[in-house]
Design a protein around this ligand. Sequence first.
Ligand SMILES: Cc1cc2c(cc1C)N(C[C@H](O)[C@H](O)[C@H](O)COP(=O)(O)O)c1[nH]c(=O)[nH]c(=O)c1N2
Length: 210
Amino acid sequence: MVAFDDAFRRQLHELFVWRRDVRRFRTDPLPDGTLERLIEIACLSPSVGLSQPWRFVVVDDAARRRAVIEDFKSCNADALKSYSGERAAKYAALKLSGLAEAPGHLAVFAEKDATIGSGLGRATMPETVDYSVVAAICSMWLAARAEGIGLGWVSILDPLRIHDILDVPKSWKFIGYLCVGYPEAECDRPELEQAKWESRRGPGEFTIRR
Ligand SMILES: Cc1cc2c(cc1C)N(C[C@H](O)[C@H](O)[C@H](O)COP(=O)(O)O)c1[nH]c(=O)[nH]c(=O)c1N2
């Protein structure tokens, strides 16, 4: 039996508070085996029917990385066009990926045809496969932060293009592209809040059905 004490709970709370989506990385490399270790931790996450549908691709090839960066630039330019006036100026000033600087690039996919788990739990909600992969990414996000390693999720990408660039099986659905490395700075507030793009809200009022 493993028990957790108050000191651990306080530290865990601090971990939640200080986990950040990181876009500003130092370029120094991660120690050998870091990504592999973080992937192992991610694999301890819950998954529908124990399907473990997460598929990780460590992107080490310079040409593929360059192609991902080009795709980000193109998608980000398109996204900018959907804003106007002051909001557009604010969007243009945001840094929305650390792709160019992060020493680690990790693409994460969901295996849509996973036979593991024999379909348990996903007959009426096939999207639970995707949710399982997101749960794994969140575990990795926190585990990384606990070691002083930052993770930045990039979704301003064309999933089909990422598929092509990384040449992965058709049955894999793109879930997210992660930049991994040491952050330039630590902060207890989201960068989008610091940039006055959006503010964090509490849980608000709960809906209660009696
Ligand atoms: C599914 C998904 C997708 C993205 C993100 C997150 C998630 C969950 N976030 C990070 C997001 O902006 C960030 O989590 C919030 O602003 C809150 O900040 P903290 O994570 O608390 O630092 C993110 N950030 C960014 O700069 N570029 C991006 O493309 C994305 N995409």
